[in-house]
Design a protein around this ligand. Structure first.
Ligand code: BGC
Length: 768
């Protein structure tokens, strides 16, 4: 870097506005508390242990506390954070009891409240009787920021009712490897969509003032920073190899947006990126997050990930070396989660001068600041009586609305949907009568394995269809079933015969296929094809000659190209949560209209995977001359695809400028008309294509803006996007942002228009 360039970077970094505005009064309290703390107490604040050390649920269903444990953990080791549920969700009353006991000892022994954390990942995962929303992949499919925000704010309320102030959500990793078992926990493959939905959730969880989290709000932990989602092997927690340009321009983007929305904490990627375990990557943790964004929030490890530095990643010889590497890289709190020798070893490292007192103070400040921002010192345990709406019908209704907007109509030959009242329906398939598969992982338990009575009052697809179309018209024969006691992909021996038999009395067969619930490593997958049994079920159903409606209920896109032609209609319901059965029935009956759009590219072939923003060079025609080189991209359905019961027409795409430079804001307008007979919602998406980019092969196209609108039949609305010119910049191979002189094609629907940048701008700051 030249002297001048270096100066420019420093100036712009120091001039950056802090991501969260500084609150001087709060900072004073932090400093006063820090000043009276011993080294042991500071290290305790940097430690997080699991609830299983403190209590478990006994055979009679009561919580059993482990004698002396709270004293060891808090009185002796001064531990400042506890996480997780004891294997299974607790009622809000039980949470109030458990967290109440922890806070009582914390306040008495160290005068600093504990911060409790839970994975309330799609609603209140771990609070029995609470509201369960669609998973994030489904929220992404709604393309509706308001629904993402509302789901988070209700989840915050119900989490607070459970006395817990902190969630490990939202998850904003870009899902660009189709087989990764955590695809569904995120908002799809696109950085803009993920950033918008993630930021909306941060605002929903935390409210508008990150310095003063309100009574009904909680702190977020945006995760898993970053590029966790693109393991080369497709398996969870395995290495990713990502270009410098993609890291900055795509994977970092949603994190940046969430931090700018006020996110108070970040959780780190368990795996390595370009050979460096993220937990020791000072550049990503300290330089990018804390320094460049001027972010004073707190970084927590993922589960046992300091230990994994020596036991799995082999970058440290022992635990002490691992702790030194992680803390010096910028980790503030270790999710240990079962051993407290971390406290002793970190103290030794400080005494030996291997970890500086400044680093310890910085980390402790960040933890204390979080606790002050949450108001935990004044009110360590919220009162359940103040949260009468926990698990209310109103909250369930919000979850149903979100589920309706999340379901994607992928095919509807001959307008077979909506089904008419009185239609005789055979419902079949392993996902037809399962609350477990509607919800996915992180539902009451980690893997979402439900016992039959859990969520029994909610309707499965079969139950909801029977309610809507009349039980006399709807029959259920599974044909294929999951082995609920085995791995998520274990199936019992199929029983096809009764399906063919029952089909004789049906007008239509609704085949519900997909996946059972899973998350993380237990959800690893080696073949993206839908299971052989389930494909066979579709073939058997089709052989009856009755029309097939295929329902896909899956956490990631399973390949179905060979059976797709057998279905007249296909609906991808992803993981819609507890209200998903009812939402689907309403859509299939035409009481609601489909408006979900695919948040990822749906693959056609297992060895031909891509994302919508593939490189221009991946799709080119035949070359002239002796060798007919060409390249083509295939997919089953593209990113953003989804049908409706109505049709929309786009007209008059126009821009406020045809020529622009950095600093300009371009207004892009398009008129959208509902040309069908029923009301419908349309997501208007604006894409850009950089026709020539000299520093890197340009992306095919990029989503730059979207807006979801509702139109009555015949109604036209104008949608106007304000597009800052800098949004059209890209990151070159040198890791720097550049907006290049040249032509850009803007596209909305089938319309497009070319506008031109007349002056190249190279940005000095790493964030433009
Ligand atoms: C997961 C995280 C989760 C953490 C705490 C880890 O195994 O990767 O997503 O937040 O556990 O439960």
């Amino acid at each position: 870097m030249t002297g001048i360039a270096l100066m420019a970077t420093l100036v712009s970094a120091s001039a950056a506005v802090p991501a969260i505005p500084r609150d001087n009064k709060l900072e004073k309290k932090v400093e006063e508390t820090l000043a009276r703390m011993t080294l042991e107490e500071k290290i305790g604040q940097m430690t997080e242990l699991a609830i299983d050390l403190i209590c478990h649920r006994g055979p009679d269903g009561k919580l059993v506390y482990h004698p002396g444990m709270l004293d060891s953990i808090i009185s002796k080791y001064k531990v400042g954070s506890i996480l997780n549920a004891p294997q299974h969700s607790l009622t809000p009353e039980e949470w109030n009891e458990v967290i109440g006991k922890i806070q009582e000892v914390s306040m008495r022994e160290i005068g600093i409240p504990c911060i409790y954390g839970l994975d309330q990942n799609h609603g209140v995962t771990y609070s029995t009787g609470g509201t369960l929303f669609p998973q994030n992949i489904s929220l992404a499919a709604t393309f509706n920021r308001e629904l993402a925000k509302e789901s988070a704010s209700i989840t915050a309320y119900e989490t607070k009712a459970s006395a817990c102030p902190w969630t490990y959500s939202p998850t904003v990793d870009l899902v660009r490897v189709a087989s990764w078992p955590r695809v569904w926990e995120n908002f799809g493959e696109d950085p803009y969509l993920s950033g918008e939905m993630g930021a909306a959730q941060v605002r929903g969880f935390q409210g508008d003032n990150p310095n003063k989290i309100g009574k009904n709000n909680i702190a977020t932990s945006v995760k898993h920073y970053m590029a966790y989602s693109v393991p080369f092997s497709g398996k969870d927690r395995t290495p990713a190899y990502v270009s410098e340009a993609d890291l900055r321009e795509k994977h970092f983007e949603p994190y940046k947006k969430c931090i700018e929305a006020g996110a108070l904490t970040v959780m780190v990627n368990s795996a390595s990126v370009n050979g460096i375990p993220t937990h020791i990557n000072k550049r990503l943790l300290t330089d990018w997050l804390k320094d460049e964004l001027q972010w004073d929030g707190m970084i927590v490890t993922d589960w046992s990930d300091i230990n994994n530095l020596y036991s799995r990643e082999k970058v440290a010889r022992n635990k002490k070396e691992a702790i030194k590497m992680a803390i010096n890289a910028g980790i503030d709190m270790a999710m240990e989660p079962y051993q407290w020798d971390y406290c002793t070893l970190l103290k030794e490292l400080v005494e030996e001068g291997e970890v500086s007192m400044e680093r310890i103070d910085d980390a402790t400040r960040r933890v204390l600041r979080l606790k002050y921002r949450l108001g935990l010192f004044e009110n360590p345990v919220p009162q359940l009586k103040d949260y009468p709406e926990f698990g209310s019908a109103k909250n369930a209704e919000a979850a149903r609305r979100a589920a309706v907007e999340s379901m994607i109509l992928l095919k509807n030959d001959g307008d077979i949907l909506p089904l008419k009242k009185g239609t005789k329906i055979l419902v079949t398939g392993p996902n037809a009568n399962s609350m477990r598969s509607l919800n996915g992982g992180w539902t009451i338990t980690w893997q979402g394995k439900l016992s039959p009575e859990e969520l029994a009052e909610k309707n499965t697809i079969y139950e909801a269809l029977a309610n809507t179309f009349g039980s006399e018209n709807v029959s259920y024969v599974p044909g294929v079933t999951y082995n609920e006691n085995g791995g998520y992909n274990d199936e019992n021996a199929p029983d096809f015969e009764p399906v063919a038999e029952a089909a004789k009395n049906a007008d239509v067969i609704v085949v519900c296929v997909g996946e059972n619930s899973y998350t993380e490593t237990p959800g690893n997958l080696s073949d993206l094809n839908l299971s052989a049994n389930q494909k066979e079920l579709v073939r058997i159903a089709a052989a009856t000659g009755k029309p097939i409606v295929m329902i896909l209920n899956e956490g990631r896109a399973r390949v179905i190209s060979d059976i797709e032609p057998l279905a007249a209609a296909i609906v991808d319901i992803l993981l819609p949560g507890s209200e998903g059965g009812d939402a689907l029935a309403m859509l299939m009956a035409g009481e609601e209209n489909f408006s979900g759009r695919l948040p990822y590219t749906y693959p056609r072939d297992v060895n031909s995977l891509s994302t919508y923003d593939y490189k221009a060079s991946e799709q080119v025609g035949t070359m002239a001359g002796a060798y007919d080189y060409n390249a083509s991209i295939t997919n089953q359905w593209p990113f953003g695809y989804g049908l409706s019961y109505t049709t929309f027409e786009y007209g008059n795409l126009r821009t406020s400028k045809d020529k622009f430079v950095d600093g300009d804001v371009i207004s892009v307008s398009v008129d959208v008309t509902n040309t069908g007979n029923v009301a419908g919602k349309e997501t208007v998406m604006l894409y850009s294509t950089d026709l020539v980019a000299s520093r890197i092969v340009p992306d095919n196209r990029r989503l730059r803006a979207f807006e979801k609108i509702e139109l009555a039949p015949g109604q036209t609305r104008t949608v106007t996007f304000k597009l800052p010119a800098s949004e059209l910049a890209y990151v070159g191979h040198d890791g720097k942002w550049i907006l290049e002189e040249g032509d850009f094609r803007l596209t909305a629907g089938k319309l497009s228009k070319v506008i031109s940048c007349t002056q190249t701008k190279e940005y000095a700051s790493p964030n433009k």
